[in-house]
Ligand binder design. Structure first.
Ligand SMILES: Nc1ncnc2c1ncn2[C@@H]1O[C@H](COP(=O)(O)OP(=O)(O)OP(=O)(O)O)[C@@H](O)[C@H]1O
Ligand SMILES: [Mg+2]
Length: 188
């Protein structure tokens, strides 16, 4: 059942200490930086990590240095929607929002069309080697991902403790194109 698995995997991820999270995250970011799908993207949607999610912030600096656009998902709970918004300054643009996730301040919302996003880096609770995803249970990404262009790469990042042998996806669950961990890379 999805609910029990979320609980177990989140517990395993929370048991990683800060140093492990940073080390493993650095290895994952290094792999992402070398992916053609990432390298050729002009606008990348990533996220701001919470609760021991893979820390993808090292990618931000790289994107900005290359003159590329960083987009983050902003939760819109009334509509169960994700609003992609461009971030240009981590220090100045953000404040705590839904579920304590950092979000753009009202006057720093810079909505980006999903059609203008070239690559998406996606967090989650658990993944399997076939690139199925178990998220937090809101169905936010499952509703958002179909709005992207058909061929936009969907790249999930996770720690190896989040990989399970098999997930049984529901019909509305959108699979990932790739899942990158500190030890492995899975392709669909
Ligand atoms: N495309 C969709 N349209 C309508 N309802 C959907 C869609 N996708 C998912 N849902 C609904 O959202 C709920 C949560 O879905 P699910 O358990 O797969 O969440 P999740 O993928 O773990 O969450 P998240 O993507 O937010 O991390 C389900 O009850 C499902 O019916
Ligand atoms: Mg789902």
């Amino acid at each position: 059942m999805k609910k029990q698995m979320r609980k177990n995997i989140l517990k395993a991820r929370m048991s990683l200490d800060h140093r492990q999270v940073e080390e493993k995250s650095a290895m994952i970011c290094e792999k992402i930086l070398n992916l053609a799908e990432f390298k050729k993207a002009q606008a990348v949607m990533a996220y701001l990590p919470i609760r021991n999610e893979v820390d993808v912030k090292p990618l931000f600096r790289f994107l900005w240095a290359e003159g590329k656009r960083l987009v983050i998902p902003v939760c819109d709970p009334p509509n169960i929607a994700i609003i992609p918004s461009e971030i240009i300054d981590l220090a100045d643009d953000l404040e705590p929002g839904t579920w304590g996730i950092l979000e753009p301040k009202k006057d720093k919302m810079r909505p980006v069309s999903p059609r203008d996003i070239d690559c998406v880096i996606i967090p989650g609770v658990a993944f399997d080697p076939a690139c199925n995803r178990l998220g937090y249970g809101g169905g936010y990404y499952d509703r958002f991902l179909p709005k992207l262009r058909e061929n936009t790469p969907k790249i999930a990042v996770a720690f190896q403790v989040q990989i399970v042998p098999e997930l049984v996806p529901d019909v509305y669950d959108i699979p990932m194109d790739m899942v990158i961990t500190e030890e492995n890379g899975y392709c669909r």
